[in-house]
Design a protein around this ligand. Sequence first.
Ligand code: 8Y4
Length: 283
Amino acid sequence: MTSVQSSTRLPCGNRVLDLAQTHVMGILNVTPDSFSDGGRYSQLDAALRHAEAMMVAGATLIDIGGESTRPGARAVSPLEELERVAPIVECIHRELDVIISVDTSTPAVMRETARLGAGLINDVRSLRRDGALDAAAATGLPVCLMHMLGEPGDMQDNPQYQNVTKEVGEFLAERMVQCASVGIPAERIILDPGFGFAKTLQHNLSLFKHMEALHALGRPLLVGVSRKSMIGQALNRPVGERLHGGLALAALASIKGARILRVHDVAETVDVVRMIAAVESAE
Ligand code: 8Y4
């Protein structure tokens, strides 16, 4: 049995992620305006304190992004994105024992943050930007490939699928082939269904229900549903009242075999994951 199982140890830069367990990835707030209130130092300090609190609460990964994926968000130049993200990556790498995930689609940001200590590339565009496949390959880091159709700005205009889970699986399989073509082996890939990206509520619910089908691709799954509108729509809750719905989805995702949960509410989600592990490890 163990002879046919792929390795559960995923090297992430100078750290290793043990994929036999479910991990919690904390989402770091990155304030967009460098000159708001206290200036650069206080922003860096706030980011470090937030990352540290999430690590103490049990996050093994911290996801750092400098470009908003919200529809209508202003485009950010590669230099601007790098100036937001690089100091935070450098500071967290120096100060904390945690794996840094960089939420980016930008080749230069992949290359530079890998040099500064990032351990994982989290690209919602699945390395489809010009130069992204080569940049990610050059870093040697693992990559999270996420399903999305179109761009964040237009992805919610009338998304259509015959069979959403099947089409998400086909998309991810195709991106794995593209990765292989530049020398990123399957062993370095994490897959993500992309909840909330180019999907209606019914698409999101069906994809969640049938998520296990994606295990056929042979790679660990990352799930990001924290505070998303699929919870808001299913429960009729504003963004500040989506914690309990999110924890229900975290528990379900963990039971369905997801290995990384990307969340805002780390302490609460870690309790969910630990409680499930306690039951599953009983006689
Ligand atoms: C409140 C706050 C409600 C933020 C929704 C949101 C994913 C991701 C995002 C995901 C991976 C988000 C960067 C959207 N979602 N990366 N990134 N998977 N791998 N919206 O699902 O959190 S941003």
